[in-house]
Design a protein around this ligand. Structure first.
Ligand code: PLP
Length: 428
């Protein structure tokens, strides 16, 4: 389908990037389970390797099933291009590889998925990259941390797990005043819920593992590029906007313009780091995306009802859902997630750690596991699982104190979810 911008979100979710298979007429996108593609002749092979022609060489770089997913997500986000990779973490790695050189830094929110905090704060140091963290409630703290070696700002539109909503417009201004791009992880809000490019973001990352795929069966990640950021203006993005020695001096920004980061991330990042998405996972993610708007509507409505019910429960001390009237993020939620807050939030149990353990063992419909964004409702007690290696002080700083429970609300019958929590809480 040609991807006209005036198609509705639901139409794009089903059609963007896909067409009936030209050979067989297959209507669903086929799984092109192949590693490599036969060249037409030596000249065509040469021009593919020189990046002079678009086409398939090897599935670490491109694959027809994966390409449909890339176009689908780029169109859903209103971006110029996208690159699909093996996981959300791979998306973050490949993107930073395009933007940062050794010895450089970026600034990230303290309110991120815990795995991103470790990837950025610890593991990226092995690449010579430093991440400086700042409180997303205080955009001015980000500004204060920018120096001449800062190459990006990274935030989550709606954070995992606490539902902290970031003021994307304010962060975009700070980033652009400093000549650097703003990256938004839009995993929890999804393009159905939040439109980061419309508020000035330059790059979006996704863990497609979560709501995009939506069925808890496939790990994947996507980088989306707005096409609006000028990577040549400051002369500070040499990977993207200076001659590349591995491609006979090709300058990606001069050659690919609005697709420069995507082109570099594919031709160098994916080629040399290697985290390619399997065609089978791309197929599963595409199938999931077809129902994204329907699922999100139900996820969001269910989550608000569960949050309201929990708020009135006598064993619950607080609920972090940004759609509740007393949430400090209510105004930001109405601006950036106007269709409703993300269906993932935390709440506190008055009886602390022991109550948390009891609760996750007593639920029947909720699954006790470390994932989010499934059709099924999921529950986690971070301080006894994902955050158990931390001290209580560190757990509290990460929003994962002993009393905290995280839930990802699925699309089941909401009365059943509430009844399940009710019977489980009665055993706490
Ligand atoms: N970003 C967010 C908000 C996440 O929740 C996750 C995983 O939970 C990731 C990134 C990393 O994604 P993946 O698990 O697909 O590598």
């Amino acid at each position: 389908m040609t991807t006209k911008n005036d198609y509705g979100f639901e139409t794009i979710a089903i059609h963007a990037g896909a067409a009936p298979d030209p050979v067989t007429g297959a209507r669903a996108t086929p799984i092109y389970q192949t590693t490599s593609y036969v060249f037409e002749d030596v000249d065509q092979a040469a021009s593919l390797f020189n990046l002079q022609t678009f086409g398939n060489i090897y599935s670490r770089l491109t694959n027809p099933t994966v390409s449909v997913l890339e176009e689908r997500v780029a169109t859903l986000e209103g971006g110029a291009a996208a690159l699909a990779v093996a996981s959300g973490h791979a998306a973050q790695m490949v993107l930073m590889f395009a933007l940062l050189e050794p010895g450089e830094n970026f600034i990230a929110s303290t309110k991120l998925y815990g795995g991103s905090i470790t990837q950025f704060g610890v593991t990226f140091q092995k690449m010579g990259w430093t991440c400086k963290f700042a409180d997303p409630d205080r955009p001015e703290d980000f500004k204060a941390r920018i120096d001449e070696k800062t190459k990006a700002i990274f935030i989550e539109s709606s954070s995992n797990p606490g539902g902290v909503i970031t003021d994307i417009e304010a962060f975009a201004k700070i980033a652009h005043d400093a000549g650097i791009p703003l990256i938004v992880d839009n995993t929890c809000a999804t393009p159905w819920g939040c439109r980061p490019f419309e508020w000035g973001a330059d790059l979006i990352t996704h863990s497609a593992t979560k709501y995009l795929g939506g069925h808890g069966n496939s790990v994947g990640g996507v980088i989306v590029e707005s096409g609006e950021f000028d990577y040549a203006a400051s002369g500070r993005f040499p990977s993207v906007a200076a001659p590349c020695p591995a491609y006979h001096g090709l300058n990606f920004y001069e050659t690919f313009g609005r697709f420069a980061v995507t082109a570099y991330s594919r031709a160098v990042g994916l080629r040399d780091l290697g985290p390619a998405l399997s065609p089978f996972n791309a197929f599963m993610l595409l199938t999931g995306i077809e129902t994204l708007p329907l699922r999100m509507e139900r996820h969001v409505a269910n989550a608000l009802k569960v949050a309201q019910w929990l708020k009135g429960h006598d064993k619950v001390s607080w609920v972090s859902h940004p759609g509740l009237p007393d949430s400090k993020y209510r105004e930001l939620q109405e601006k950036y997630l106007p269709r409703g807050a993300a269906p993932l939030f935390t709440f506190g149990l008055k009886d602390g750690y022991e109550a948390g353990i009891r609760l996750v063992e007593a639920v029947n419909i909720f699954s006790h596991l470390a994932n989010i964004g499934d059709t099924r409702s999921l529950i986690l007690h971070p301080s006894s699982t994902t955050h158990r290696q931390l001290t209580e002080e560190q757990q509290n700083a990460a929003g994962a104190g002993p009393d905290v429970v995280r839930i990802s609300i699925g699309i089941e019958t909401v009365e059943d979810l509430i009844a399940d929590l009710d019977q489980a809480l009665s055993q706490v």
